[in-house]
Design a protein around this ligand. Structure first.
Ligand SMILES: NC(=O)c1ccc[n+]([C@@H]2O[C@H](COP(=O)([O-])OP(=O)(O)OC[C@H]3O[C@@H](n4cnc5c(N)ncnc54)[C@H](OP(=O)(O)O)[C@@H]3O)[C@@H](O)[C@H]2O)c1
Length: 170
């Protein structure tokens, strides 16, 4: 299993507070949509519940990890990492679709060793109130930066941000 992580973080790799994201940058959401469209998105149950109306992301295969019963209309619920691996083998045997891990903190920490690539939007701000983090990719020697965008500015949030791509070192 080789996953591509895609999340938006603050300077300290914070990703959430009280079940919500720290910020919503329109261009970042567009990029997320373009990347994941027609592919597979894997998420923890809390992240699923934070999606608009707690509904699956359209035109993508949604896989939600939970140890409890979860009724999904179109998505697939799995209850362990082994079940996730088996399901991915079953539905994507030739790896034609990219397998994106889209959060949250709990699941990203659990699946860290399976992450091969990370597409991260980093905002140039330290949020004071944060309750969910991912590991610091800039300090993880197992990862290297493949690309770093110019700095953009989001008017709505008054926020500077950059797009990064990391790859696990071989
Ligand atoms: N900034 C971003 O890009 C971004 C992206 C995604 C999420 N977020 C934020 O992250 C926060 C949510 O993250 P979180 O860490 O609280 O929760 P999470 O990782 O989304 O979900 C955790 C849940 O996933 C299930 N789970 C985790 N590991 C499992 C395993 N090995 N086997 C079976 N089920 C497993 C469990 O569900 P059950 O309790 O049902 O068993 C667990 O409670 C929110 O604030 C959200 O807005 C931010």
């Amino acid at each position: 299993m080789k996953l591509t992580l895609v999340v938006a973080t603050d300077k300290n790799f914070g990703i959430g507070l009280n079940g919500d994201m720290l910020f919503y940058i329109s261009d970042d959401l567009k990029k997320f949509k373009a990347l994941t469209m027609n592919n597979i998105v894997i998420m923890g149950r809390r992240t699923f519940e934070a999606l608009p109306n707690s509904k699956e992301l359209p035109n993508r295969t949604n896989i939600v990890l939970t140890r409890n019963k979860l009724d999904l209309k179109e998505g697939i619920a799995v209850s362990s990492i082994d079940e996730l691996k088996n399901k991915l083998e079953e539905i994507n045997p030739n790896k034609e679709k990219e397998e994106f891990l889209i959060g949250g903190g709990n699941l990203v920490n659990t699946l860290w060793n399976y992450i091969d690539k990370a597409i991260i939007t980093i905002a140039d701000k330290e949020y004071k109130e944060v309750d969910t983090h991912i590991p610091n990719l800039l300090e993880d020697k197992n990862f290297e930066i493949v690309s770093e965008s110019e700095e953009f500015f989001d008017n709505k949030n008054q926020l500077k941000y950059k797009f990064y791509e990391f790859k696990r070192r071989v």
